[in-house]
Design a protein. Structure first.
Length: 256
């Protein structure tokens, strides 16, 4: 069997750190494709970077395919921890995560922890220590990829698109003009306040004839004042794009 994805070993945390360090470089951050995943060209460059700078101490070489698989697991860990921090991980009620102490497991809650990681094995390495790469991965991933989202026990994240942003993008694509959600309301207010557009009753012309009869007050109607259009309210709820996450055992060895 060829030495490739299946026999690349990642038990040495330095190997994972080298992958993250490659994409942490400013010149490589723009090489992440849709959803924060590297392009094929970027994976090939990363494989060449590791072959040159990281000695293979165990297993096969870190090929582009192996690195792509590893990056998806890196993202899965980041997304799961982020969900716990945001109190959005369904099934993690009662658990808190700290960057230094992880989930802070003690003898008093070890049984509950064992039950928890039996289902959510991705958290197993972080019982008493945090994930050393969280801050770096958070900087690498685009902001649109690391917004708020809900992660449920079945291993799937759910997201809701920002409909106002979609509408704005559609208008800009069709007209080339950036969408101003307050523009139409502002124009309506300006139109209603413009004296030149307000209708006035005609001024009666003096005549030498008999004075016109004065209508009964109950028959006199006063034009209702124009009401400015209400301003459009801005609202946005950013959620993270969906990303499947497979459960897996401890992805790498002891931290630091």
């Amino acid at each position: 069997m060829g030495r490739g994805v299946s026999d690349a070993d990642w038990s040495n945390p330095e190997d994972t750190g080298a992958v993250i360090q490659f994409f942490f470089k400013a010149e490589n951050r723009g090489k992440l494709g849709q959803g924060g995943n590297p392009t094929k060209a970027a994976l090939n460059e990363c494989a060449a970077y590791l072959a040159k700078n990281q000695e293979v101490k165990k297993g096969g070489p870190k090929t582009a395919g192996a690195i792509g698989t590893r990056w998806r697991k890196i993202k899965s860990i980041f997304e799961a921890i982020l969900a716990v921090k945001q109190k959005k991980f369904v099934g993690a009620s009662g658990w808190n995560y700290d960057d230094e102490t992880g989930f802070g497991v003690t003898e008093s809650n070890i049984d509950e922890w064992n039950d928890f990681v039996r289902t959510h094995t991705i958290f197993k390495p972080f019982a008493t220590k945090g994930w050393e790469f969280f801050d770096e991965v958070q900087e690498i991933l685009p902001a649109t990829t690391r917004g708020k989202y809900v992660y449920n026990a079945s291993g799937h994240s759910s997201s809701t698109p920002d409909l106002q942003s979609q509408s704005a993008h559609s208008q800009q694509s069709q007209t080339g003009t950036p969408h101003d959600p307050l523009g139409s309301a502002t124009n309506a207010i300006q139109t209603n306040e413009n004296p030149s557009t307000i209708s006035h009753p005609p001024t009666p012309t003096p005549s030498s004839g008999p004075a016109a009869s004065t209508p009964h007050p109950s028959l006199v109607t006063t034009p209702a004042p124009s009401t400015p259009a209400p301003s459009t309210l801005r609202s946005a709820l950013m959620k993270r794009p969906a990303s499947d996450m497979d459960e897996f055992e401890s992805p790498w060895g002891a931290k630091r």
